[in-house]
Ligand binder design. Structure first.
Ligand code: PGA
Length: 256
């Protein structure tokens, strides 16, 4: 089954609304849509409205994501943003369980799984992140560790909803460090994730249709080799996604 490559730019806590709009115009000059590649940006909450507006106004072929959300629809949760608010703001994708959320904001697998099910209930497309620390890798426990994160994160998800889920494998030691996993390392883990999904849902077609991204120091000069791997269906990009000059070469690599 052929899977459309997905390149997601995670802006993290970078760019004001005005800077975000400027970046979008730079991306739009290059990317006018493609049959083989989907491009999504995930701005901070304060820039989502402006980015959604420029996407609509200029009829850009770029999707909109959020970097996080809470699992309740509404209520007294100071500082949180709900799935229904994201939908109303024209957001389609939501990144969940990013290692920075897990590490700095104490999100565990239970929290991530609640958020994932709330996203699906509200018809958002979750991007479930997983990834091991350097210590886990050095102890040669990567595959077991990732398997546990995937099984816990996807707990309670039904077969039909799996068509909306994307997985992102992001080794923590490769995020923002310039140390990219070798394509072979990334492929080994992504293939294992596909195997775990197959095992969980008992349907080969579910595993075959699920997109699995790699993330961690993806740049224009390493993206092509990563995308060439059979079980890697795109990238979740951080640092290189906040300027058009560094993000465009990654999109271009996906289009080749
Ligand atoms: P990076 O971040 O590309 O800066 O390594 C990736 C991510 O955290 O999604």
């Amino acid at each position: 089954m052929s899977r459309k490559l997905l390149v997601v730019g995670n802006w993290k806590m970078n760019l004001t609304a005005a800077q975000g709009v400027q970046l979008m115009q730079g991306l739009d000059d290059f990317f006018r849509g493609s049959d083989n590649v989907e491009v999504v940006v995930a701005p901070p909450f304060t820039a989502i409205h402006s980015v959604a507006t420029v996407i609509d106004f200029d009829k850009m072929r770029i999707g909109l994501g959020a970097q996080n959300m809470y699992w309740e629809d509404v209520g007294a949760y100071t500082g949180e943003i709900s799935p229904t608010m994201l939908k109303a703001a024209r957001v389609n994708y939501v990144i969940l369980g990013h290692s920075e959320r897990r590490e700095y904001f104490d999100e565990d697998d239970v929290v991530v799984s609640k958020k994932l099910r709330a996203a699906l209930k509200n018809d958002l497309l979750p991007i479930l992140c997983c990834g091991e620390s350097l210590e886990v890798r050095e102890d040669e426990e990567t595959l077991e560790y990732i398997e546990e994160q995937i099984r816990a994160g996807l707990k309670g998800v039904n077969v039909t909803d799996m068509s909306k889920v994307t997985i992102a494998y992001e080794p923590i030691w490769a995020i923002g460090t310039g140390k990219v996993a070798t394509p072979r390392m990334a492929e080994e883990v992504c293939a294992h994730i596909r195997h775990v999904i197959d095992d969980m849902f008992g349907l080969e077609s579910v595993a075959a249709q699920t997109r699995i991204l790699y993330g961690g120091s993806v740049k224009g000069d390493n993206a092509e080799l990563i995308f060439a791997e059979p079980n890697i269906d795109g990238a979740l990009v951080g640092g290189a996604a906040i300027s058009a000059d560094s993000f465009i070469p990654i999109i271009a690599a996906a289009m080749r």
